[in-house]
Ligand binder design. Sequence first.
Ligand code: CTP
Length: 404
Amino acid sequence: MTARTSHRGTVVLGVSSSIAAYKAADLTSKLVQSGVDVHVVMTQNATNLVRPQTFRTLSQHPVITDLWSVPDWRPEHIALAELAQVLVIAPATANVLAKLANGIADDALTTFALAHEGPLIVAPAMNPRMWRNPAVRENCRRLQGRGVTIVAPESGRVACGTDTEPGRLADVSRIVSTTLAHLAGLSLRRDSTDRQKILVTAGPTREVIDPVRFISNKSSGKMGYACAEMALAAGHDVTLISGPAATAPPPGCRFIAIESAADMAVTVRREFPDCNLLIMCAAVGDYRPATPAQQKIKKTKGKLTLTLERTEDILAIVASLRKPTQKVVGFAAETVNVDANAVEKLHAKKLDMIVANDVSRQDAGFGTDENVVTLYLPDGTKHSLPRMLKIDVAAEILRHTLPL
Ligand code: CTP
């Protein structure tokens, strides 16, 4: 992730005693590089795994490990609670989850957690058998029910050797993007009566040629996933319809996986009537093989000609069906005449906004964490945004479309 020096806000990072505690050092470093002021609170047991000095150096702040070495007249957990905008606990052990679920405050971290009033993000890490345990599952459900964001552990090798089931701490980049989304989401948050249903599409589609081949495009899904993540952080209900993408869906969304443009069309048409805002970020294939081969096409000496037929323009169709209470945002991926092409699509598809990007740029766009976009509105207004993280582009999109 590119360094960013502007101040994004203040996060308290709670570190508990999973062996993944060493990854919290990387998390601290990446958050600091992204412009976040990080204050670390560790459980006593976590200090047996990573020395507080590591976090002190990376965060450039003292590390709190107990409630009794207080240099100030005010207890540190209360002073910090006034400062912290988001609390991230990564890694969170089964024990910490249980304490959070039950409001137990018997050390610096859990005491701080009770005093904290802003968003809480928890990234558990433990042995897969522990993660499967009904008590742990129930504690997670209870926390989610209270609005806590759980960045679920991934499958992969854990210290005790299992590598097929979830237990390993989520990738640090996922925890970073969820944290940045929640910080940006603070300014977009409204009370629960303003909760909107937001439908986001993302990723590429795949059009089958034969059982082993397909036509697709370079979309990584990152921009759409960032929109979904940002909408969740702003407190909305999010359904994400996605073509094959490398990233895990953001925690808390309703996720629907699709493959082809036809799947996408059916799914969007079904979900659209129930949403207040559609953000159509997916790179939908415009053409598909007219007659996909049932068996693998064998090579011959001559040329091979594929006959392609048009897929439907999903965005144009649903936009024409929308009620006055619904807003529709499209994207325009262009390589030339970005301005003119984007404005033409905005009007032709009758959109409330189009987000245009020049996909020929190497430094932003497909597969990267950053994007350079311009937002066009039907009244002729145009907002050219500087190069920024996709999560920040997502915040700008929501800022211009919400409240509805
Ligand atoms: N889109 C869609 N259905 C399609 C193709 C595109 O809903 N079959 C949507 C995309 O999700 C995007 C917008 O339409 O929000 C514009 O997509 P883009 O690929 O930039 O443009 P197209 O309309 O496909 O036109 P062209 O490829 O000719 O530029």
